[in-house]
Design a binder for this molecule. Sequence first.
Ligand SMILES: C[S@@+](CC[C@H](N)C(=O)[O-])C[C@H]1O[C@@H](n2cnc3c(N)ncnc32)[C@H](O)[C@@H]1O
Length: 346
Amino acid sequence: MSDTAFDLLAPHVRSSSGRSLWLADENLLSAHIPANESVVAITNRFDLQQHLQKQGWKAFFSDYDLSIIDDESLDSVIYRISKEKPVVHHLINEAYRCLKPTGKLIIAGDKNEGIKTYFSKAKKMFGSGNCSKADKDTWLAFLEKTDLSTETRLDDKQYHQLRITASDDNYEYQSKPGVFGWDKIDKGSAYLIENLDSFLMTLPEPPKNVLDLGCGYGYLSLNLAPLDIPITATDNNAGALLACQRNFDRYPVNGRVIAADCADGITEGFDLIVCNPPFHAGFSVDGDLTDRFLKAAHNRLNERGIACFVTNLHIPIERKAATLFHQAECIMSNGNFKLVRLSHAV
Ligand SMILES: C[S@@+](CC[C@H](N)C(=O)[O-])C[C@H]1O[C@@H](n2cnc3c(N)ncnc32)[C@H](O)[C@@H]1O
C-alpha cells in the first residue's frame, strides 16, 4: 500500500547525509528503501523494526524513547506524521531537542491529519520553515531550528507517563498516549468479557493457558486473571507492551508480555485465545491484518481449545475463518459487535 506523504519523504531518507534520524511509523512495511548509514531509524512498531533491520537499517524498537540521542546532535529528522496528536507533539518536541542549530525537521502528512496545524505550531518553536502542497491532500514541510531559545513545547499529554486512564468494578487500567484506545475501555472488548462464560462453557475442560493476541494495555488479560492460568499477552506496539506489563505488575497477573508481530515467534499452543483484532494498519483499513490474526490464532490454538474473537459486525470474520477452522460461529451480537467462536474440533 503506497502512501503519498511517505513517498515525499523517501528521497530524503535515501539521500540524507550528516547525522539523521528517521521516525518510522504507519504504512511503511511495503517500502523498500536501501539502508542509509547516516540514518538511524526509531519506530514503536515491532514488525517495522524487524523489517528495517532485515533491509540493513540500524533500527530501534521503543515507545519513541529518544533519550538515546544527545541534545543538539542531529543534522536532520525525517517524520511522516502519526495519527495521534500527543505522539506527533512528543516527536516534534524531541526533534527540536535533538537537532543542532540550523538542523532540519522534515515532515509530511495529509490535510485531514492536521499537517498544516502541526507545521504552524512547529514553526513557532523552530523559528523558520516552509510548507508546500504536493497534491490536493498532501503537504511536505521543512522546519529549520533557527530560534535556539524558545521555551515553547507542544502539549504531548506527558507522553511517556503511564497513568490510570480507565477503571471498572474490578480493575484500574494504566495506559498512555500512543496505545490503541489508551484512555478508555473498548466497548467490543468489554462485550467479550461480559460474555466470557458463554465461550468457556463450550470447552471440554477448563483451559490450562491463554493467549491474548494484540493485548493493548491488557484489558482482556486482566479480566482473565481470575481463571488463574498462565497468560501470554502479545502486541506489536511498544507503548502497549509497557502499559500491559505495568498492569500485570500492579495486580499482579500470572503472565508474560511479549513483543511480536501477530504472535510470530511464539511457538507454544494455547487452550484459550482471546482477540479483538485491529482492522486498521497505519492509515488504511487492512483486511490482510485480520487474516494474519486469524492465521496466528489457527497456528497457536490447541486441538481442543477455542479462540474467542470480537469484531465489528461488518467484518466478515466467520467467512475468513472458515478455511482455517472446523468451526467458525458467531455466538452472539449486540448491534455493534459480534462474538465469534473458532475451534479445530468438529
Ligand atoms: C483493537 S486493539 C485491542 C487491544 C486490547 N486487546 C483491548 O481489548 O483493549 C488491537 C491491538 O492489536 C495490536 N496490533 C496491531 N497490529 C499488530 C500486529 N501486527 N501484531 C500484534 N499486535 C498488533 C494493536 O497495537 C492493538 O493493541
